[in-house]
Design a protein. Structure first.
Ligand code: PGA
Length: 254
């Protein structure tokens, strides 16, 4: 039986500026849990305010960035690099979210470059994968998982970081922000498939240590059933992470 180490991660996307972030963390009251970690990914501009408030209140919450550029410096207008994030104390980063892939032309190649760069700089990475509604309907979900993870699972830096500094979030695109949550059976089926890909690449003992998070319309009403699945190690939550009440309710279900 796998020993689960739960991660509850909130992705604020383009919500909550610095003062809203400060207000949010001021309203959060949570007790630490031995088997679980809480993390929030605020927008870049709210990272410092989030870090400061969490530190002042001594909250057991990690703060991470939603993206980073794979180069450390240079002519990349509008981008943010690893060293800049580290300068303000960020050690966590989300990479390859479907909105980055969909609206900002991120590909499996750029996702790989970002992941390698982040790992080489010492960041812990949560890598996102997920199929579209069309892909699910045409029965190619497993193939999409295989394709999106192929470069990662054949790269030595990524392989050695898996389970340590590299974890994975499965987010079916059709379930993100739609209210259409995957059923626990659907989610578990894909998580088990991703776990089998990991076993093939890095072997069972190490594959077991990789956190596989489910994301897509997670709420306090459905989280417990998802968490009960053997291969689901937590949630990556958008909408329900935006209000302290629903966020704390999710934490209290772990
Ligand atoms: P959602 O977003 O919980 O609002 O569906 C999840 C995500 O995109 O990370």
């Amino acid at each position: 039986m796998r020993q689960k180490s739960i991660l509850l991660a909130g992705n604020w996307k383009m919500n909550h500026g610095p003062s809203a972030a400060e207000g949010y963390f001021s309203a959060i009251e949570i007790a630490p849990k031995a088997n679980a970690q809480m993390r929030i990914y605020p927008p870049f501009l709210s990272l410092s305010a989030s870090l400061n408030t969490v530190e002042q209140k001594k909250l057991p919450i990690q703060i991470g960035a939603q993206n980073l550029h794979f180069e450390k410096t240079g002519a990349f207008t509008g981008e943010v690099s690893g060293p800049m994030l580290q300068e303000i104390g960020i050690t966590q980063v989300l990479i390859g979210h479907s909105e980055r892939r969909q609206y900002f032309a991120e590909t499996d190649e750029t996702v790989l470059k970002k992941t390698i760069s982040a790992l080489n700089q010492g960041f812990e990475v949560l890598l996102c994968v997920g199929e579209t509604l069309e892909e699910r309907k045409s029965g190619t979900t497993n193939l999409v998982m295989e394709t999106q993870l192929k470069l990662i699972l054949s790269d030595e830096i990524c392989k050695s970081a898996l389970g340590l500094k590299l974890h994975i979030a499965y987010e079916p695109v059709w379930a993100i922000g739609t209210g259409l949550v995957a059923t626990p059976e659907q989610a578990e089926e894909t998580h088990a498939y991703i776990r089998s890909l990991l076993v093939n690449s890095i072997g069972a003992p190490k594959a077991d240590t990789v956190r596989l998070l489910y994301g897509g319309s997670v709420t306090p009403a459905n989280f417990k059933d998802l968490l009960a699945c053997p291969n689901i190690d937590g949630g990556l939550v958008g909408g329900a992470s935006l209000k302290p009440e629903s966020w704390m309710a999710l934490w209290n279900l772990i």
